[in-house]
Write a protein that binds this ligand. Sequence first.
Ligand SMILES: Nc1ncnc2c1ncn2[C@@H]1O[C@H](COP(=O)(O)OP(=O)(O)OP(=O)(O)O)[C@@H](O)[C@H]1O
Length: 267
Amino acid sequence: MRAPDMNAGVAAGDVLLAVENVSLRFGGVKAITDVSFDIRKGEIRAIIGPNGAGKTSMLNVINGFYHPQEGRITFKGKTRSRMRPHEAARQGIARTFQNVALFKGMTTLDNIMAGRTLKMKRGFFWQMLRHGPALAEEIEHRRVVEEIIDFLEIEAIRKVPVGRLPYGLQKRVELGRALAMEPDLLLLDEPMAGMNLEEKEDMCRFILDVNSQFGTTIALIEHDMGVVMDLSDRVVVLEYGRKIADGVPDEVKKNQAVIDAYLGVPH
Ligand SMILES: Nc1ncnc2c1ncn2[C@@H]1O[C@H](COP(=O)(O)OP(=O)(O)OP(=O)(O)O)[C@@H](O)[C@H]1O
């Protein structure tokens, strides 16, 4: 697979996405309160915190699903006002979900192909004709998809409907579909949830390989602290919607506020 587009003048290590003073409320519930952090190009950034801390809400703000009442998001140097998820996807943000969100009756191949939709330039009419430029485009999409299948080692299940696959493999297909968008920023919501040890180890390896081989920047939510500390370059910690720590894993591990949050100590 080609490395994702290194466009937009964002050099490795520069800020790819900035979250500034974001607050999000649902009626009287404060899901996020005045949170700021950034994600640098090329890094693996973890967002952690106890249940209900606001992690999923934060991913939903980043990918345009929720619109915060306050604060702003800057991606690749552009500050957005309101943006819909498909616009975020078009700008290079892909995501996977806490519970697998695939077309269960469709094959692995078709699910990953569905991830290419945004990249398709020719309209429906041309695609139907499967002729000339549309055919050339389809061949190119196929090539990328086959490379992803190869990369994720799922050749054996390419024609299997995903509903029949074990959970760990479904999660891998979901990762494949997100990769098919060739994103600049990949958001993973609990990529190891519900997996056994072997499946977790596989997923860790794929995440590290996506990051190192394609240079894809990754932000992930994960509850398994061992995984978080092993995978991440930097970790931001939320509790009750507020940021309580931000730093490299070794610092965050020793942070008293983080230890208290995980032990449920009130402060
Ligand atoms: N759509 C919504 N409507 C109302 N309240 C919501 C909504 N989404 C989240 N919340 C509330 O916002 C807070 C943060 O929830 P969120 O799901 O972002 O936390 P989380 O850290 O991802 O939790 P978990 O680890 O349990 O998935 C919670 O109090 C939750 O009940």
